[in-house]
Design a binder for this molecule. Structure first.
Ligand code: TRP
Length: 334
């Protein structure tokens, strides 16, 4: 049986956080030996939101690459590909634009929410509004079977599946309908208790946060808003501090004991947070160390990106040969 393929990626808009980890990074690391894995640093997609400051992208591309290597993606297994260096993606996006209607694009709940957050209204740049088409090209050009993503990306995968079906029925079976793969925890709440960890909400814990920053963020977390004194019985469900304990504290006995005391009003928020800090620190320390080791060798990281991009581009070029042939656009060789 042929090895199945994974394609997923991130916009390089800054360092990655715990939400990225539980939603997608963890699955990528787990599956990298089993799947032919490509990870896209989606700088063109980031550009749709940062075109007034393209100079910021280069730095962020490196930051995201460091985060990938820090969590344990192995470059010989997981090929890291820089989107803008694969021009075939622009070509496929152009073909895909014919296969999507304005009505469908305007229904995409993720993009809708992002447009609302940025208060674009009708002045939304077309590039931003249409980025799901380019994302569909990202996935389709790699013929990905599996796309590990956070919950917010499900509409993008659905859109990709629709485009792929349409392409295949119009031009012949060339492309692969991908499946989404959610993390065990599909979505991690922010430190402020809002449903999603997101840079724009300033409620993130970053994989690269140093210990003192981590401590500050944990100590500032929202807990049970109905609880005023440490002696009041508290709520554990929906309390982000306990959600994080469940996800990141491997000492289940400790978590159970804390929950029980919390429910009875026998432990203060400070102690629960202190123990969470300890657990997160144990989780993040090795990640931080690996990150520092790679950060000290920027040339090596650049080589990893060049090599990953080269391999990714070969896949993209092969798919485009088939795409052009299926569309009868291969009038002559170029
Ligand atoms: N939209 C994703 C994000 O915001 C990034 C992304 C770009 C992506 N292309 C992709 C994710 C292809 C999965 C597959 O993080």
């Amino acid at each position: 049986m042929e090895t199945k393929r994974i394609l997923t990626g991130d916009r390089p808009t800054g360092p990655l956080h715990l939400g990225h980890y539980v939603g997608s990074l963890k699955n990528r690391v787990r599956l990298q030996d089993e799947y032919d894995t490509y990870i896209l640093i989606a700088d063109l997609q980031a550009l749709t939101d940062n075109f007034e400051h393209p100079e910021r992208l280069g730095h962020n591309v490196m930051e995201v690459a460091l985060d990938y290597l820090a969590v344990g993606l192995k470059p010989e297994r997981a090929k890291i590909v820089v989107q803008s260096k694969v021009p075939e993606l622009a070509e496929l996006t152009f073909y895909f634009m014919n296969l999507v209607t304005v009505a469908t694009l305007e229904r995409n709940p993720t993009v809708k929410e992002e447009i609302r957050q940025r208060q674009f209204g009708r002045r939304v740049p077309v590039g931003f509004w249409a980025y799901p088409i380019s994302q569909a090209a990202d996935i389709a050009i790699f013929k990905a079977d599996l796309v590990p993503v956070g919950e917010d990306q499900l509409p993008m995968i659905e859109q990709t599946r629709e485009i792929v079906r349409r392409f295949n029925s119009l031009y012949g079976r060339v492309l692969v309908e991908p499946e989404a793969l959610l993390g065990e925890v599909a979505r991690l709440p922010g430190t402020d208790g809002s449903p999603k960890m997101s840079k724009s909400l300033n409620n993130c814990i970053y994989l690269s946060d140093p210990p003192e920053v981590l401590r500050k963020r944990v100590m500032g977390m929202f807990t049970d808003p109905t609880r005023i004194h440490a002696t009041d019985p508290g709520h554990v469900e929906g309390n982000p501090v306990f959600t994080y304990h469940d996800v990141f504290n491997p000492n289940k006995a400790e978590v159970e004991e804390l929950k029980e005391r919390y429910r009875k009003g026998k432990v203060g928020d400070v102690e629960v947070k202190e123990r969470l800090y300890q657990a997160l620190e144990r989780f993040l320390a090795p990640i931080r160390e690996r990150r520092a080791a790679f950060a000290a060798k920027p040339n090596e990281v650049r080589e990893i990106l060049i090599e990953g991009t080269r391999k990714g581009r070969l896949v993209a070029q092969a798919t485009m040969e088939e795409v052009r042939a299926a569309m009868k656009l291969n009038y002559f060789a170029t």
